[in-house]
Design a protein around this ligand. Structure first.
Ligand code: NBG
Length: 896
């Protein structure tokens, strides 16, 4: 690398190369600094250009400190030059490096360059954001508000570059500056503001909303610590706190002026106002301030830039001056500490909610801020509050934000003085609710006493909603007190609890599940009475994922091949991939297809080697299960099959099975012991299998640590086989299944969640189906499931369990996996043993199919071809048409 030195000469920052004279070109924009050319050609191209002029306008002193003026200047540059040359881009990066990062190039670290580049990209987004917001306000458009406790947005830089169409420009500019874009992309910390599918879905939906030019706001929480980072130590999961903010993040804009107060505790009192109206006042025990942190969300190749507005909690006053003056300094500071804990940490799911006061407080905190913000936006645009539901559609992403139903009522009645009837009409027309799970343990309820102490006014409102609702039920079903008890918002059995799913259902005009099967089951099981009473309220919107991130960004090789084969229209209309099916048997396409896949697999293999030390031959079939670790997702079913395959291979080394690498990834909730034990089991199997000379070249097992969005980018495109093996009826939809399919993986799966639709789209011949149906599962469980029965009938299964019991995968420790074995043998709540034989037989079919290269390539191509239905664009269009009644607004960029 030819390392130069930067030096200001005559007000111009100039690169001095050893042994060369500086060339000064004051006041030009076109200058390049070359100190790490990527290629000889580039070296040639930039040979004579060594000078960098800081700005085309003279720098003022306060540019260094006045962030806004820098932003404005950059934004206007961005607007002025959308077809901007690489030179302008490069210039802006250096300017940001100096003016925002306060570093000069000679001493800048990769992190500094990353920040400078990110700001440069952000400036281009902010120009569009301003224009979008202006348009929305001007035209009084209806805005979709997505309320979600989780937004797992993943790394931002690559996606924003892609959406702005700036990838090449950025690559070249950074190259000229001696920086490798890929290396900078790799150092970005991802904001882990979600647990898994639910949070990632919210992020995909924001991407689609912006790309479809729909005015939208995402509302959530700015957790200081997101989902924990996962290490694997000695085969066990070890959690590390996620300090995603430690280096700062360039993507958020702090808005100290946009803040709201949220009340907790205290009591309510009634009084009559001057007009003789009965009024209720909530006298809170304490208040917390919510401050807006905005993250811009850029649409793909459009000017629409929406916002994800995350709330951070702060103390109303940093110091309680009464306490302070009385000399109690510590008590004064305590209030601040307590208030700030509210947005401190994301709760990992799959753990019992009991006692998690803070979680309820978080939920109320963010929805209250969101609704107050929406009301403020009404005021700003001089729209009467009565028109709230015409201006906003608010989607409740699962029950976490469902307290919003009562909070909007409170704001409208207590603060805007609307009648109950008017407020209720607005509330119901505004909200819609998406259910994401049928698992009974995941259905949120809150203890009534807890709620009463924390949110006394909200409980009064919930009681009133409940009373009016149950009156309606009684009118519709006279004498049916069973229905009344089942539908009540309050579970009266034992300790009283508030049923949040009922609150959400009653307060919404639409309720949807996230895959066809799930939506049906929702109506047949947990919301059955409601579906019977309000049939038109229920609908299905099958989930979707964004092809921008999950094809274009993470699988550029495939994206190019698709462009070459189909043209570029698939990029904005994924259903156009369908045409690919016509070429599924084309030998040239198949060869190119395989080449892309080989490259992706080699990349993953190299990464696995680096991280785990396990050498994985890329020619093996990559059989991948990545998702949260949970008994219902049955990673242990996969593990049992690996053990039995291993046993067969040991017994008969000539056995003709496809060489396979089984790759797992996923986090277990820190308090979910069984899930953690499943990780340990997989690690234990990996330890034994990978070292056994008898199987070393034919079987590999990898647990890929810290599965997150970023790691997903490299994993999905490298999969040959996607494991979607949950107990039928338990996985609401799944979205990983869609990401794999888009990238050409074949699915082995049960008829669960969106697998059903994936199979319909791909065709039964291009999907490996096994296992009981949801109906069979329910019937078996009802008739008294006996796992022992399946054990007796299956020797391979017995042997596999026996090897675990003997300590083979726990370094001789026979006690380690006892809880897991006991769970399977006594009860087996997720029917692992019942589905084992069919799963193993299906895996055999997979092995056979793999041997026929052409057939596999054809099936792979068809899977990608038929994945168009699983774009989040399709899902968002359905939400817009069937639930929100929102429309696209074209944003034109005004000349600066
Ligand atoms: C999850 C389901 C998944 C589904 C995502 C997104 C929760 C509560 N539910 O099957 O388990 O894909 O939601 O809808 O996290």
């Amino acid at each position: 690398m030819s390392v130069g030195r930067w030096q200001p000469i005559a007000g111009v920052l100039t690169m001095l190369h050893p042994g060369r004279d500086a060339v000064l070109r004051p006041n030009t924009l076109s200058r390049h600094a070359t100190f790490a050319p990527a290629s000889p050609q580039r070296k040639e191209k930039h040979r004579d250009r060594h000078t960098l002029v800081l700005a085309h306008a003279p720098m003022r002193d306060n540019d260094m400190i006045n962030d806004t003026s820098v932003a404005q200047a950059s934004a206007s540059i961005a607007l002025a030059s959308d077809a901007a040359s690489e030179a302008v881009f490069e210039h802006d990066v250096v300017r940001n490096l100096i003016c925002r990062q306060a570093r000069y190039p000679d001493i800048a670290t990769p992190q500094d360059w990353y920040m400078a580049l990110a700001y440069t990209v952000r400036d281009r987004m902010l120009a569009r954001w301003a224009e979008s917001v202006k348009n929305y306000a001007l035209h009084h458009v209806k805005v979709a508000c997505y309320l979600s406790a989780e937004f797992l947005i993943g790394p931002q830089l690559g996606c924003n570059l892609l959406n702005l169409g700036l990838e090449e420009e950025a690559r070249e500019a950074m190259d000229s500056l001696g920086q490798d874009l890929d290396a900078l992309l790799a150092i970005e910390e991802e904001p882990g503001l979600g647990n898994g599918g639910l949070g990632r879905l919210a992020a995909c939906y924001l991407d689609s909303l912006a790309s479809l030019e729909i005015p939208a706001i995402g509302y959530g929480i700015r957790y200081e610590f997101g989902i924990f980072d996962q290490d694997i130590v000695d085969g066990w999961q070890v959690e590390r706190t996620d300090k995603w903010l430690k280096m700062g993040t360039p993507w958020e804009i702090i808005r100290p002026d946009i803040h709201y107060y949220v009340s907790f505790g205290g009591y309510t009192r009634m009084w009559n106002d001057e007009q003789g109206r009965l009024r209720v006042e909530w006298v809170p025990g304490r208040q917390v301030k919510g401050v807006a942190y905005d993250v811009p969300v850029q649409g793909y190749r459009v000017n629409t830039c929406n916002v994800l507005r995350l709330w951070k909690s702060e103390a109303v006053e940093s110091f309680d001056f009464d306490d302070f003056n009385a000399g109690d300094y510590y008590e004064a500071v305590e209030e601040k500490v307590v208030s700030e804990t509210l947005s401190k940490v994301l709760y990992p799911n799959d753990e019992p909610e009991s006692g998690k006061r803070l979680r309820l407080a978080q939920q109320y905190f963010f929805v209250s801020c969101a609704l107050q913000d929406m009301l403020r936006l009404m005021e700003v645009s001089h729209t009467p509050v009565e028109r709230f539901a015409d201006r906003f559609a608010a989607q409740l992403n699962d029950t976490h934000p469902s307290i919003a139903v009562a909070e909007l009522m409170r704001l409208l009645i207590d603060e805007r003085l609307l009648s109950w009837e008017d407020a209720w009409s607005i509330t119901q027309r505004t909200f819609a609710y998406t259910n994401h799970t049928l698992l009974p343990e995941a259905l949120e309820t809150w203890s009534l006493p807890l709620m009463q102490s924390m949110l006394p006014r909200l409980v009064e409102i919930i009681f009133e909603i409940n009373q009016r609702f149950l009156d309606e039920v009684r009118r519709a079903l006279p004498g049916d007190e069973g229905s009344v008890a089942r539908m009540s918002l309050i579970d009266e059995q034992g300790d009283k609890n508030v049923r949040m799913a009922h609150l959400a259902t009653v307060g919404s005009h639409k309720v949807n599940g996230v895959a066809a099967l799930h939506s049906d089951l929702l109506k047949q099981t947990i919301l059955r009475d409601f579906a019977a009473m309000f049939p038109s309220r229920f609908l299905n919107v099958t989930n979707g994922v964004t092809p921008r991130r999950f094809i274009m960004q993470s699988n550029p090789g495939l994206a190019r091949l698709l462009d070459d084969t189909l043209g570029v229209k698939w990029r904005t209309d994924l259903t156009r991939l369908d045409a690919l099916a016509d070429h599924a048997d084309d030998a040239t396409l198949q060869e190119a297809w395989r080449a892309v896949r080989r490259e992706n697999k080699a990349k993953l293999a190299a990464r696995i080697g680096n991280i785990t030390g396990i050498a994985v031959p890329p020619e093996m079939m990559f059989d991948i299960q990545v998702k949260r670790i949970h008994e219902y997702k049955r990673q242990h079913l996969n593990a049992l099959h690996i053990i039995s395959l291993y046993q067969r291979l040991r017994r008969d080394p000539t056995l003709d099975v496809a060489p396979r690498c089984f790759i797992f990834g996923g986090k277990a909730a820190p308090g979910y012991d069984m899930a953690k034990l499943m990780i340990r089991l997989i690690s234990g199997i990996a330890e034994v299998v990978n070292q056994d000379p008898a199987t070393r070249d034919r079987l590999k097992v990898v647990f890929y640590p810290d599965f997150n969005v970023k790691n997903g980018h490299i994993i999905y495109p490298a999969a040959d086989l996607s494991e979607q093996i949950s107990t039928a009826g338990k996985e609401a939809s799944g979205t990983g299944n869609m990401k794999f399919m888009m990238n050409g993986a074949l699915t082995i799966g049960t008829l669960d969640g969106a697998n059903v639709e994936i199979r319909e789209q791909a065709g039964a011949d291009n999907f490996f189906l096994f296992g009981m149906t949801a109906q069979q599962v329910a019937a078996l469980q009802q008739s008294g499931y006996r796992p022992g029965h399946y054990l007796e009938a299956n020797e391979a299964l017995r042997e596999a369990l026996d090897e675990i019991a003997q300590g083979r995968f726990s370094r001789g420790d026979k006690a380690m996996f006892r809880p897991l074995l006991d769970n399977l043998l006594n009860g087996d709540p997720f029917l692992v043993l019942a589905d084992f034989a069919d799963y193993a037989a299906c895996q055999q079919r997979v092995s056979e199919a793999w041997r026929d290269e052409k057939r596999w390539a054809r099936m792979s191509i068809i899977n990608t071809a038929r994945s168009g239905a699983f774009s989040s664009d399709r899902a968002i269009k359905e939400y817009c048409e069937n639930i929100w009644q929102t429309r696209a607004v074209k944003i034109d960029l005004a000349a600066p």
